[in-house]
Every structure is written in C-alpha cells, then in structure tokens.
Write a protein that binds this ligand. Sequence first.
Ligand SMILES: Cc1ncc(COP(=O)(O)O)c(C=O)c1O
Length: 389
Amino acid sequence: MSLAHGHDLIAIPGPSPVPARVLNAAHRASPDIYAEPLARLNLSVLAQLKRLAGTSRNLAPYIGNGHAGWEAAAANLFDPGDAALVITSGHFGRSWADMLAASGVAVERLDFGNLPPDPQRLADRLAQDREGRIRAVMLCQTDTASATSADIPAMRAAMGDHPALLVVDAIASLGCAPMRMDDWDVDVLITASQKGLMCLPGTTFLWFSDRAAARRRAAVSPYWDWHARAGAEAMWRFWGGTPPVQQIYALSEALTMILDEEGLEAVWSRHARLARAVWAAVDAWGAGGTGIRLSVADPAARAASVTAVTMPQAEALRAWVTRECGVTLGVGLGAPDPSAALRIAHMGHCNAGMIMGVLGAVQAGLTALRIPHGGGALEAAAASIARSG
Ligand SMILES: Cc1ncc(COP(=O)(O)O)c(C=O)c1O
C-alpha cells in the first residue's frame, strides 16, 4: 500500500514550491487597475526586484515565462546578423543558443558539454575578435539541467576590455545564489518568477545596465522595447497592457519574505547549506563504487539550487518515490543517459525538513528496488546540516 497520501514534496527545479502566504496574497478579486494602491504596490515590487538583483539601474517586467525573457533580451539587443557568443554548459544554454540562431542572430557557441565554463577559453576567444564583432556574451549562471554554476565575476574578468555586453540568465539562480549585478558589471540579467522567487510562473524580468540601454536597436516592437517599460509612468506601460494583478501581490509577499524577513544573504546561505546536505548523502550512497555519483565533480562548480545525480535505475527510482512516498524528483534532462540520471531541487521555499524527507524517500527507494548503494547517507546529510548550523 502506497505511503504517498499527505503533503506532496516537489523537488523539481521549477516551478518550485509556492509558500501558502504567497498563494493567499494572490487570492483576491481584481482591483481597479487605474487606482493608486495597485500603482504603488507595483512600484514597490519593482524596487524590491532591484534589491534582489543588486542593481540600481533599469528594470523591464514582462508577462511570460523564462523563454519570453530570452525573447525580450534578443528583441532589444540584436539586429539581424549581429553576432553573439553563447556559452553552453547544458541543455538550457544549448536551447538558448538555438532560439537566438532561429531568430536571425549570428550565434557562435562556446560549448563546455555539461561542465561549467572556463574563463580562460572565453578570454582566448575574445582576444581573437579584434574588430569587436561580438556584441554580447551570453551564459546561464546556473544551467538547471546540468546543475552547474558559472563564476560570473571570473567570466566578466575574462572579457577584459572587449566591448561585448555580458548577458546572464539567472532564471535558476536568482534568489538562490549570490548575484550582485552592479558590482559584477553584468549588463543584462534575466529571471522568471517560478524558481528562486517562490511565485507562480508567468512573469519574467530583465534588468539592464546603462551601457546596454545605450545600444538602441534600429527597430524594436513597442511591445518588447525595454525602454518603454523601464521608463514607464502609467501602469499599463510597465507591463505592455493589463498588469498581472494577482501576481504583483504574490511577488510583493514573496520578496518581502526573501528580502525583509529572512534576508537575502541568509537565503543564499540556506541554499548553500541544503545543497551540501544533498551532496553528502549522494557521496555516501556512492561509496564503494556503486555507480551513484554527483554529476558535477567539483563542488565549486555545482549549483546552489539543484543537484544532478548519476545513478543506475534512476528512472525506476523516480517512479518509485513518487508512487510510494509522494516525492517528485527532477528528470535527468540533458544527461548523456537520461534514464540513469535525476535531479534533486533545493530551490526557493525549501527547508532542512523537506530535504531530509526527500533524501529519506530516495533511501527507501534504493532499498526497495535493491539498487546497490553505500550506507550512512541520511546520517551524513543530517551531520552536514548539524555542522553548518
Ligand atoms: C536556466 C534556465 N533558463 C531558461 C529556462 C526557461 O524558462 P521557462 O521554462 O520558464 O520558459 C529555464 C527553465 O527551467 C531554466 O532553468
């Protein structure tokens, strides 16, 4: 008989668990969208979002998912035939490059497989671009599929005095791992609401530097034009039409939890500590050559929000923990053999109890399915949590 009945545990890397408080904040009839209270709340959410990204510069909000954020960046940055260097460290970087190429950008890929990018290779490539043809260097801070983390300050340093803009997809990292957009000299930052921001899917945000703002395209549709949104005064202009009213309330609540209640640095630290607990468990399962291992070997190159695991019978294990324990793990997206890979998310509204529950369910699944594994994984995770307290 299944033990899945109870509170579901969602450990997929987005959409992440939405706090009840955030859902409740959204649960309201639409107010007058021309009245003062909503306009004020909208401005305060935009100010919170700037704090989240570590910038005092420009912010354009859009209704849409992360793909819409990619689209918005492309619409504002590139005329047909402009060159972009896209750094790929997994499935998301690769599909971003494909999307840009399909929309007429001259894409060059600097591919690292499922490994984090090496700043030296970026420096070497840009050194060859003597005429400064490359308009933008684009990369994911966390590629959610490979669960790698790029060192953004090191990548910026590798660009030296090359004039390209640095465009960072922080869809799986903002609100989970450090981001200091102005200090790190990031030109364009993209995120979406359904991961570290602990909100409903459906909104995406682009922060952009004054340098990026100065690069005006010959023609951009008024809908995508980030200047119209960043410099808006009327409510409809911020959002290119009807604002996502209920989501604005949700964002306000979630950002208050992150910025004013827990505190951004504490949020980053919680993610790092939960990640280390997961890594400790996986290392213990893998002891003695069982074939279970962390897909990213170097701890410094692992994401704070999601962990990729390579293991025999991963697909069967995922099905078992869902059916028997009510725990949903991420699929092995973009892995060399997706049936032998899975991902454990520790993203957004996630605490130590949830992580121990997820790891406990995996432990039960390994035992039930007789998948060879080392002992002491739950003790190792608990010790990691105890140590880092
Ligand atoms: C790093 C990254 N970029 C882009 C996307 C695409 O976002 P969306 O699925 O919201 O369109 C995702 C989605 O998981 C992602 O993880």
